[in-house]
Ligand binder design. Structure first.
Ligand SMILES: [Zn+2]
Length: 102
C-alpha cells in the first residue's frame, strides 16, 4: 500500500495514511481521513482498508446508521472471502471496472 494517497468515495476525497493508532483502522468522515495502523501484516492491512472503505460507503451513500459496525464487519468478511476464494473472478471484475473508456 502506498501511503499517503487519496481514496475517492462518492463525492468525497479521503486522505489515506498509515499511523501508530490503537485500532487496526479508523475512518473520520468530517476530516475525510482513513487511517490504518502502521506495521500490520499485508493481508490484515488490506482487510482493514476494505473495512474502512465500507464505512466511507456507508456514510457517502446514506445507509442507515443502526448496526453499522456489525454490517460493515459482515461485508468485510464476505467480500474478502469472495476475493480469496475466487481470485481469478475477483481480478477479472476489478480489471473490467477500472478499464478506461467503457
Ligand atoms: Zn468498523
Amino acid at each position: 500500500m502506498t501511503y499517503k494517497q487519496n481514496v475517492i468515495i462518492g463525492s468525497t476525497i479521503y486522505s489515506l495514511k498509515e499511523c501508530n493508532i490503537k485500532d487496526y483502522g479508523e475512518c473520520n468522515h468530517e476530516e475525510a481521513t482513513i487511517t490504518i495502523r502502521k506495521g500490520l501484516p499485508d493481508k490484515l492491512k488490506y482487510k482493514t482498508l476494505i473495512h474502512e472503505i465500507f464505512h466511507t460507503i456507508w456514510e457517502e451513500y446514506g445507509l442507515p446508521t443502526s448496526n453499522e459496525e456489525s454490517m460493515v464487519k459482515r461485508l468485510e468478511n464476505g467480500f474478502t472471502s469472495f476475493c480469496m476464494n475466487n481470485p481469478s473472478l475477483a481480478k477479472k471484475i476489478v480489471k473490467e471496472l477500472i478499464k478506461k473508456g467503457s
